[in-house]
Design a protein around this ligand. Structure first.
Ligand SMILES: Nc1ncnc2c1ncn2[C@@H]1O[C@H](COP(=O)(O)O)[C@@H](OP(=O)(O)O)[C@H]1O
Ligand SMILES: [Mg+2]
Length: 275
């Protein structure tokens, strides 16, 4: 009897093996990216005016190769492949959304808020995801669906401590405090940020690049991330998976859970929220 690729995929999703496997892949992509960071990496401008570097391309190549080896035949929608070849006409029932380096602008400036993102999508929603921040050696991931979200420190800096930091620890959104704290993209003006934060019940806000915003809400340090401008689905899918697993929500403008496989894989406005 032959096993279909999606059988293996759904079995590994239900056993938790898939979440661990994609975390390892994202951390290996982080190890590919780090030598380019703060190292005068050449920056090219894509047709949409966004920056791209060798780090983006090398990380995406590693992720695509490893996913194809583990789960052959599953559709992949990845930022650099789409930039080179265009977006697929439609999404399959199961597909991967991959942003090998989210927050490239900050990465090029030498900031720490850039991430590797891998999400497994099923029937229009994220069912597993991992976000890794190479600069701080931090990974956030889902587990078996319904079993929460986890975070760990990884990398060479852990070896002296008998890998104490490398253990996965559960994370959870916090109950909203009296004075909620929002996270916003640096691409938003201060006036717009204050307005967006207030609309979602937050009196204070902070600017942060990349999908890190979802993870900081997932671990209970912030309360909301409103976004009024466009993003691509690979910018949000892994962060949404982690945040939802930690007890949060990501809602589109119509108040419904942000869904995927939309035309050109583009998101409209949304808000990510904790408890
Ligand atoms: N007009 C647009 N359409 C699609 N995505 C956009 C966009 N403007 C910005 N983005 C996305 O927003 C991401 C940056 O978000 P933030 O400002 O929160 O860090 C970028 O990710 P990359 O850095 O991976 O290109 C980019 O993909
Ligand atoms: Mg991105």
């Amino acid at each position: 009897m032959t096993t279909s690729p999606t059988n293996t995929l759904s079995q590994d999703l239900e056993s938790g093996a898939l979440a661990l496997a994609i975390a390892e892949i994202a951390e290996d992509a982080a190890r590919v990216i780090l030598p380019f960071w703060r190292n005068d990496t050449a920056v090219e401008t894509k047709s949409d005016d966004s920056p791209v570097t060798q780090a983006d391309r090398a990380a995406e190549a590693l992720i695509l190769e490893r996913l194809a080896a583990l789960y052959p035949g599953v559709q992949t929608v990845a930022e650099e492949a789409v930039a080179a070849n265009g977006a697929p006409d439609s999404a399959d029932d199961w597909f991967w959304l991959i942003d090998p380096l989210d927050g490239t602008k900050g990465f090029v400036r030498g900031g720490e808020a850039f991430t590797v993102n891998i999400a497994l999508m099923h029937a229009g929603y994220p069912v597993a995801g991992v976000v890794t921040a190479p600069a701080t050696g931090t990974t956030w991931r889902t587990d078996v669906p319904g079993a929460g979200a986890f975070r760990r420190q990884f990398g060479e800096q852990q070896q002296g401590e008998a890998h104490a930091g490398a253990e996965w620890r559960p994370i959870k959104v916090r109950d909203r405090p009296q004075e909620g704290m929002a996270l916003l993209s640096h691409s938003v003006s201060d006036e717009e940020a204050t307005r967006l934060a207030a609309r979602h019940g937050c009196t204070r806000w902070q600017g942060t690049d990349s999908s890190l915003k979802f993870c900081l809400i997932a671990e209970g340090r912030f309360d909301a991330y409103p976004r009024s401008g466009p993003t691509s689905e690979w910018d949000t899918a892994a962060g949404q998976a982690v945040l939802e697993a930690a007890g949060g929500r990501v809602l589109a403008d119509d108040g419904q859970r942000l869904a995927y496989g939309k035309p050109k894989f583009l998101n409209g406005p949304f808000v990510a929220m904790g408890g």
